[in-house]
Design a protein around this ligand. Sequence first.
Ligand code: SF4
Length: 121
Amino acid sequence: MTKKIVIRPKCFTGEQSVAYTNRGHLIPCCYCDSHRTMDDPKFQKLLEQSKVSEHETIEDIIMQPEWLKFEENLRLQKIEDLPWACINTCKVREDSEDVVRKETYYTPDKPKGEKALVRKI
Ligand code: SF4
């Protein structure tokens, strides 16, 4: 039996914010800017309403029906209607080594090469 996927959207908690692509689209966050998500027909409907040059304000974009539906799908955990980026990035993980990204920070007061902090996301 496969385990139910639960999404904890980082865009709801303030850990992620909207992003602007070099193709001129506003997208829900930078993790969505991958082929697997951008080529998803469901996500392309959102993209069609997200060309910044075609709107007066950012609010005008995020209040479009597709954006409201996207938010609703996240809020109601409609996994089948979510793009890969959201499932991969924001699913609740039980294994602390199963991470999307690992960041290592170095500070000037540490000897060269010594890790100061590793942040798993
Ligand atoms: S991947 Fe999806 S759910 Fe996660 S922060 Fe980005 S838009 Fe929100």
